[in-house]
Every structure is written in C-alpha cells, then in structure tokens.
Write a protein that binds this ligand. Sequence first.
Ligand SMILES: Nc1ncnc2c1ncn2[C@@H]1O[C@H](COP(=O)(O)OP(=O)(O)OP(=O)(O)O)[C@@H](O)[C@H]1O
Ligand SMILES: [Mg+2]
Length: 434
Amino acid sequence: MVKANKNNSLDLTLAKPFEPLLNPCRYKVVYGGRGSGKSYSIAMLLVLAAYKEPLRILCAREIQKSITDSVHQLLVDTIDRLGLLGHFEVQKTQILGKNGSRFLFEGLRSNISKVKSMEGIDRVWIEEAESVTNASWDTLIPTIRKDNSEIWVSFNPLDEMDATYQRFVVEPPPGAFVVKVNYDENPWFPETLEAERLHLKAKNAALYAHIWEGDCYANKDGAYYADHIIDKQISTIPVDRALPVNTAWDLGVADATAIWLFQVHGKEIRFVSYYESSGEGIQHYLDELAAYKHEHGIQWGHHIAPHDIRVREWSTGQSRQEMAANLGINFDIAPSLPIIDGIESVRRLLGAAWFDEENCKAGIRSLRNYRKEWDDKRQAYKTKPLHDWTSHCADAMRYCAISADTWESQPVLSLQTSRMRLAAYVAGDSSIGY
Ligand SMILES: Nc1ncnc2c1ncn2[C@@H]1O[C@H](COP(=O)(O)OP(=O)(O)OP(=O)(O)O)[C@@H](O)[C@H]1O
Ligand SMILES: [Mg+2]
C-alpha cells in the first residue's frame, strides 16, 4: 500500500497492486476475485484524473439497461468520499467536471453506433468486462483513438474461452498492464464479505476458486468430457490438403445445427473446425461447406449424420439426406446406439484428438460444458445429459465417434487421386462441387 498523495483534504491511499495504474498505458487490465478493490480503485483514479485535467471518460459495459446498471453511483460516492463534490456537477446520466471533464455511460451491445460516433474519448472504463464480446471489442477499440487515450478494463473471469479473457489475459496486447488481484490484497476488505468468503470456502471448492480466487469457473461436476480434453490437445492445427476433411453433423430442425470438421492421420483425429448456427435450412450449411472447401482447397471424405436425416420434410416431400445428395453431399448414417455408449466412444476418441484452438473454440467450450442433468428432488445426477446450448455440439461429436468404423484409417490422397478429382471437376462432375 502507498500513500499516493496528501493534498489539502484529500487522503489518497491506493492498494499496492493498483500502483502501476498511475502510469500512462494504452491498456490497463485488472481482473480477479470478488472484493479485491478493483471497482473502488479504478473509480478513485478516474475521478482524480478528471479532477486534475479535463478528460472525457466513457464508462461502458456490455449491457446497460439503465443508468443504475452503470458505475454512475460508484463514481458519485467516490467523488463524495474524496471531498470533491464542489468540483463536479452530478446529472442523471452524466457527471460533469467544473473544469470541463465529463463522465458518460453507455451499454456496448445496444448502443454501439452511438459509442462509435463519440469523439475525443480520453479514457474508457469497461467494468464487468467478462461478458464483453469480440464484436463489441472490435468495434469499440478503434473508436478510442485520441492521442494518449487509455482503455481500462476490470472483470471477474468466468470462462477461459470468453473473448475478454482470451484478449487480455491469454494473449494481452503488447505493452498492456495486466494484473490479477484478490481479496487478500485489499486492505479494506469488509467483514461482511469475509463471512461470505469463509462460508463458500467450506461449501464448494470449485465455486470458491472462481468467486474468491478469481479463477475461471471450471465446474466439472457432472461434466462428461471436461477431464478428457486437456490444454495440450488444443493448439494450431493447420488443414492438411493431402488428407480429406470429414464432417460430423447434428441437424436441428427448430434449433441449432452443429458440424465438426476433422481429418484423420494415422491414429490422430484432428478437428480443424467447428461450425454451428440455427434457424437456417440445409442449403445454408452446404454453402458454408462449399466456401470452406474453396478457401482451403481440400477434398471431402465422409459426411456423417444421425438417422433422422432420412425423415421426409412435409414441405418438399424430400428427406434432407436426398436434398443434400442433390447438392453433392452424400451422408453416411451413424449407427443407432444408446447415448451412454456413444458418450463412451467419444471419451475414447478424445484420447487421440487434437483441436485447432481458433476454429474449434466454440466447440471445445460446448464439449467441456456438456453435462448430466441434475435432479433436484433426488439431489443426484440423472443418467442422461442435460439438453442445453452444449447438446448439439456434443451430439455431432457423438455421431462422429460412433461412426469411427466409417472413417478410420483414411488413405492419404495420392497425387493421382487429386488429379482424377481435378479432372472430374473440370469435366463438371457435380458430386465434387462441395
Ligand atoms: N480505497 C478504498 N477505500 C475504502 N474502502 C475500500 C477501498 N477499496 C476497496 N474498499 C472496500 O472493499 C470493498 C470491495 O472493493 P470493490 O468493490 O472495489 O471490489 P471489487 O474487486 O470491485 O469486487 P467485485 O469483484 O465484487 O466487484 C468495497 O466495498 C469497500 O468496502
Ligand atoms: Mg467490482
């Protein structure tokens, strides 16, 4: 802890981990567990900065339905605590400094165009940034372009695959100041929170590590595959043009369709991409695959789908299998096996699996979170999976695993095969159009 300043009536004390925030830096990122002093410290530093010189400070978060969701009140309390009320005018939706400083408050998701048009922002503070999406970051960051402007980020990590965690902790921008801080470094850690902390510590170790120690939430309770995918299996997996790319699908009618794209090399199964969408007809997915094929210059191997692809659609009288076949994708139907046997097959397959970190990100996240359904009455897990956002991805993986007989030991495409395919393509053979 340092006494940063003693200036007239101002008694400014900053906890040690936050000291580097006093130095200029493009990105200042503070993350960690509950009650570590993140919000208080940043509020204090920004109020002091706005008091010292005229600054435009945007306080944003992913979703801000009303001003009460924002740090407006925290800033007002901080101004009061610092004895600076005489230097600011507090309005309902903004705080104005008598020196021309201005605090503004916005939600990124609903008001991104407004944020984009804001000029001359000196500081942005993104609070509770764990839920900020890549889309929001990609739009926000280029709009903060004034000389010496700074982006301050504070959050409690939730999932290691979250955009904010990936962007600022896993691969921080060069020169960024990034610090993890927990309750034990907060000299003012309140008694009430201490009681809560001890209570949770005794009750739930995983949740405790997340909430109080600032770790990502790794709730493996009831998870089928969380222990079967280790970080070592996730890296950059380039697409090998000498190997066919196979696909394994789960087709949703009303809900999501999920597709794993994988290559087989000896005993290795390399998942090179994952695609998921919803509310689209089969044509959409075939178009996506066509684009993928074109981009990577690959040949298709097997396409695997569950047996319900044979069901005829009342609107066309055709099954989706027939529709896909007309468009050049011939599906192999995965055998019908009890789910639990399929889950065992996936576990075996995961032992030999590799995943491309970037292109399989969403799929890995779903697989790690795919879990058993909890039965509240019996206070025990049911023997079946929970149907949620992870199901389609996990089902597609299951169809992949139980069809291993179909795609195992695929030959490396010989040059001749490639030439033949090329010749067929030139001759207009529609079966290789996708
Ligand atoms: N500079 C300070 N002066 C006085 N009290 C402080 C100061 N910093 C933190 N505290 C106390 O510590 C508590 C926790 O701080 P703060 O709310 O900033 O933590 P946080 O890391 O933002 O927590 P959360 O992750 O729950 O949002 C505050 O409610 C306040 O009681
Ligand atoms: Mg906080």
